[in-house]
Design a protein around this ligand. Sequence first.
Ligand code: HEM
Length: 319
Amino acid sequence: MNAAVANIIVSILLGHRFDYDDPVFLRLMNFINENIRLAGSPMVTLYNTFHSVFRWLPGGHRKVKENAIKTQKFITQTFTKHKEQLDVNDQRNLIDAFLVKQQEEKSEFSSYFHNENLIMVVSNLFAAGMETTSTTLRWGLLLMIKYPEIQKNVQNEIERIIGSSEPQFEHRQKMPYTNAVIHEIQRFSNIIPTNLPHATAQDVTFKGYFIPKGTYVIPLLTSVLRDEAHFEKPNEFYPKHFLDSKGNFVKKEAFLPFSAGKRSCAGENLAKMELFLFFTRLLQNFTFHSPSGTDLDLTPAIGFTTPPMPHLICATPRA
Ligand code: HEM
């Protein structure tokens, strides 16, 4: 799941895809997955809070730095190669487009298109684009296993609207049930409960509280995704949260898994397409269930995102 999703962002950034057993690809995915997992560990949390003390101690925070440096080294080598083959009239991917901008802006006083930003943009997109969507899909499959009648309803809608053709994003608007299920998977799995940290850019008074400029703010996404004022059964998996009594899809303003405002997720539209296309293609071709006798535990694992625990699952091809 991880590799299939990763190849999408890889094609946008590098202009090609990797074979699933390519050692470079496996290493890259491993650096990113390990860092996302470690970022939620107690040691890294302590390091983030008491940086001046914990930076002297051994622990996961050192590994995070090591992995980040290795990822950045790979990106530097890659874009150096791209630079040598750069053709302004044939821009093959995001790195090429960035390098062309870099050439155009060379003479300007303050340029954003320097190498350090290229490394950060590419490594941020790698990390943001790889793990989030595949984690959501993994939750999706487990929830379909836990609720086989919902899985069957999705498959019925796929049969009615898509049949055996390849799913297209345009199908989504004719598939209110599947759309509601995917929204509910995102709401229920709540994969980035603490969002990314923000800070106030100026003094603000919010709901009577004075918050000085520069205050570290953590806008919890759980508070909206599990808000009982907006969702009838906030702690249950209940796709009807996004359906009206006639079965039409209903938008909810508290559905904010991508956060809100100017710095909300830059990949929201891409992620929505990926979720719909992967989810429908998988359920079109397979029925998912747990190996007999296996109890399905939906307790999340630890990490900066909240992935499910590892599970053995069966995918039975559909006739
Ligand atoms: C289900 C999938 C995804 C979820 C739930 C998700 C969620 C989020 C959230 C909550 C943030 C923080 C927003 C904030 O600071 O307020 C974020 C930021 C971001 N995401 Fe996603 N994301 C997903 C997929 C993707 C994908 C596929 C990409 C790749 C293109 C991506 C790129 C980014 C980037 C670049 C940022 C930083 C935006 C900024 O700081 O201006 N995300 N995402």
